[in-house]
Design a protein around this ligand. Structure first.
Ligand code: SAM
Ligand code: SF4
Length: 318
């Protein structure tokens, strides 16, 4: 369905939980988050109801994220049930990759097409520091396995000056031999990222200036990344620039948070609680229709230096 600015909204991102098995320095407080009551967190059957109500409005792509979606038991059954909805043409997850290795086959079998894996460093000690305790090898093994079974892999790397900017070359060179898309994401001033933003923000253009060998590629209109490639490389390099060059005019997505609210824009304060409409299919569809039509034209992150979002990244899912 088109929103009032003519954007075709066909993509629903769903944060299934605000819990996580890591504590990345730009995302989660060191001590974790206060555990929510069971009733406050969206349940799988509610998620499926919302997807089914969104399908007649033109939603075709689903991404499950979190928190960490793979800590949830039965995630494969949710993916399977989602894949049984005919109109859904693409199912992806965003994960930190820690629990992925053992789940790869069953997720593929269930209908998973693509996976985005967050990876900000290729050094073991630094990985432990950034994630506050994670094991890099588990993620690297999972990436290899996904590629070997034919699941498309994108690696999400948050750019942080003074933390991982010394590894940008290694990430880019990784794409020479491995068919992955490495996507550098500008650090956003949201949640824990707000403190780090002041000292460690690095724009994509700073990186591009240092790597003139990256050849620009055509990217699809709704893609949030501008794409590049090294000559002869198997993989690609993308830049996601929510601050330095925002992509709001081509934004095609809405987000369901782990608390059951819909966010039409990642960085706006606007949220609509769906819990009240879950038992009435007609009402649910009409609330979603209204949300899509009235999606804000853009965020103002670059002027505010602070997200207006009332939810944190681990509740929205990025
Ligand atoms: N736990 C999963 C993961 O890490 O991939 C999914 C949820 S995580 C919130 C989704 C994405 O948001 C990750 O790629 C993460 O790097 C990104 N992210 C979290 N906080 C961020 C921030 N302040 N700025 C930029 N990206 C951020
Ligand atoms: Fe967890 Fe993902 Fe946030 Fe890291 S970025 S703390 S893995 S939700």
């Amino acid at each position: 369905m088109l929103d009032q600015y003519g954007r075709n909204i066909d993509y629903l991102r769903i944060s299934l939980t605000d819990r996580c098995n890591l504590r990345c320095i730009y995302c989660m407080p060191e001590k974790g988050v206060v555990k929510k009551c069971h009733e406050d967190v969206i349940r799988f059957e509610e998620v499926l109801k919302i997807i089914k109500a969104a399908v007649p409005l033109g939603i075709k792509k689903i991404r499950y994220t979190g928190g960490e979606p793979l800590i949830l038991k039965n995630i494969s059954s949710l993916i399977k049930e989602t894949s049984e909805i005919d109109e859904i043409k693409d199912i992806a997850i965003t994960t930190n990759g820690i629990l992925l290795y053992d789940l790869v086959e069953e997720l593929k079998e269930a209908g998973l097409n693509r996976v985005n894996i967050s990876l900000d460093t290729l050094k073991e000690d630094k990985f432990k520091h950034i994630t506050r305790g994670g094991d890099l090898n588990k993620v690297l093994k999972a990436i290899e396995k996904c590629i070997s079974v034919g699941i498309k892999v994108k690696i999400n790397t948050v750019l942080m000056k003074g933390i991982n900017d010394d590894e940008i070359k290694n990430f880019i060179e990784h794409t020479k031999e491995i068919p992955v898309e490495v996507r550098f994401i500008e650090l956003m001033p949201i949640g824990e990222g707000e403190k780090l933003y002041k000292t460690s923000f690095m724009s994509s253009s700073e990186v591009l200036d240092k790597f003139p060998e990256l050849i620009p590629l055509e990217s699809s209109k709704s893609s949030t990344a501008s794409m590049y490639k090294l000559n002869g490389a198997k993989g690609k390099v993308g830049f996601i620039t929510p601050l330095s060059c925002k992509f709001c005019s081509d934004c095609n997505r809405i987000r369901l948070t782990s608390m059951g609210t819909i966010k039409p824009c990642l960085h706006s304060a606007k949220e609509i609680d769906l819990k009240e409409s879950l038992n009435d299919e007609v009402l649910l569809e009409s609330v979603l229709k209204d949300v899509i039509y009235n999606k804000p034209s853009q965020h103002n992150l670059e002027y505010d230096s602070k997200s207006q979002s009332l939810k944190m990244m681990y509740q929205i899912g990025g």
